[in-house]
Design a protein around this ligand. Structure first.
Ligand SMILES: [Fe+2]
Length: 344
């Protein structure tokens, strides 16, 4: 009989750069997004908490606290993971035009690789850890476990796609790789085999915007999977693993509403009201509330990446695991609101 632990976190890319580089999402958006009306580039037009967070230093002071809270959560999650000592971890993360490209866009795909070799800093000027640009991070996969998972899901009515090798991006895309780097923030190594389950979170914007969201081109792509389907997928994964002999950690990795996806806020700040509503539902353990959210609602709120958490919610609902919230970090300047949680 399997044992399963649930974990929820973020792969917010902003932590990869040193804070003093001030390469914050808002700074980039203000400089790079030509669709933002001039008057909204002036902090006096922003919500008050955003002005305070931005402060006199483009958010530098706030960035230190933002990092400290997230890192405290990552360390707690890592402690929990080490105490649990899983045979492998399954990570739900978004493929943002990394392997899901013009040649095929599955709604989900399990990466059943033997191992992953990644160079996360190859295209970065500097990184927070001051590690060499060409540093290689190696992670173990688990083909056998991935096969068991996929077969079990197919048995339970979810026709899961899988891959034995990358189609485009070598190693791992940002969602999974950042998660592993943050789970090993103190660089003691990460030896648990990894089974990524990628989710097409960018649906109608994945091809036309090449995974990004700043330039709006016509002709939307078909949507990503619905919240309801994500809960079903998570439930099927939990059911499939429940009957296995494994100890498994199921990890959802993503921030919630992303400013750069929220048109109604001129791509400047996230939809904090919607995130608060989702947070109350999560805290109450009302996972099925998320199944009633439409794709239109998700896209309006910029919560596309929450589909990763919705998969986890489906799994936790099936297992009867309740959330323990470690932190809920709201931010206007650092692109997104973030939740850190453990589910037992
Ligand atoms: Fe992402």
């Amino acid at each position: 009989m399997a044992e399963i632990l649930g974990l929820g976190m973020t792969h917010y890319p902003g932590l990869m750069a040193p804070d003093e580089d001030r390469a914050y999402p808002l700074t980039r958006t203000l400089k790079g997004n030509k669709n933002i009306p001039d008057e909204l580039k002036n902090p006096t037009s922003w919500p008050e908490p955003m002005r305070i967070e931005y402060g006199e230093d483009e958010g530098y002071t706030s960035s230190l606290e933002h990092r400290a809270r997230l890192v405290a959560g990552f360390r707690r999650i890592r402690e929990e993971l080490d105490a649990f000592n899983p045979d492998f971890v399954v990570i739900w993360g978004d493929d943002q035009y990394e392997n899901f490209r013009e040649d095929i866009i599955p709604p989900f795909c399990v990466l059943a690789y033997d191992d992953f070799e990644c160079q996360p800093f190859a295209h970065r000027q500097r990184n927070f850890w001051d590690e060499p640009k060409d540093k290689v991070f190696k992670y173990k996969g688990n083909r056998e476990a991935a096969r068991t998972l996929v077969s079990g899901m197919i048995d339970r009515g979810v026709d899961m796609a899988y891959a034995y090798q990358p189609l485009h991006e070598p190693g791992l895309g940002h969602a999974i790789l950042n998660t592993l780097l943050y789970l090993d923030y103190d660089r003691k190594g990460f030896d648990y085999p990894v089974v990524p389950m990628l989710v097409n979170c960018y649906g109608s914007r994945v091809i036309r915007n090449r995974g990004g969201a700043v330039e709006y081109l016509p002709d939307p792509d078909p949507p990503g999977p619905s919240p309801k389907r994500c809960l079903q997928v998570g439930a099927a994964a939990a059911e499939a693993l429940k009957d296995s002999p494994y100890r498994v950690a199921l990890i959802a990795s993503s921030s919630w509403s992303h400013a750069f996806l929220v048109e109604k806020n001129h791509w400047l700040w996230p939809d904090t009201e919607s995130d608060r509503a989702r947070f109350e539902e999560l805290k109450a353990g009302d996972y099925q509330a998320w199944a009633r959210i439409s794709t239109e609602q998700v896209e309006d709120a910029g919560q596309q990446e929450m589909l990763n958490w919705m998969c986890l919610a489906g799994a936790m609902d099936t297992l009867g695991h309740q959330p323990e919230i470690l932190d809920y970090v709201e931010s206007y300047v650092f692109n997104s609101n973030k939740c850190l949680a453990i589910f037992k």
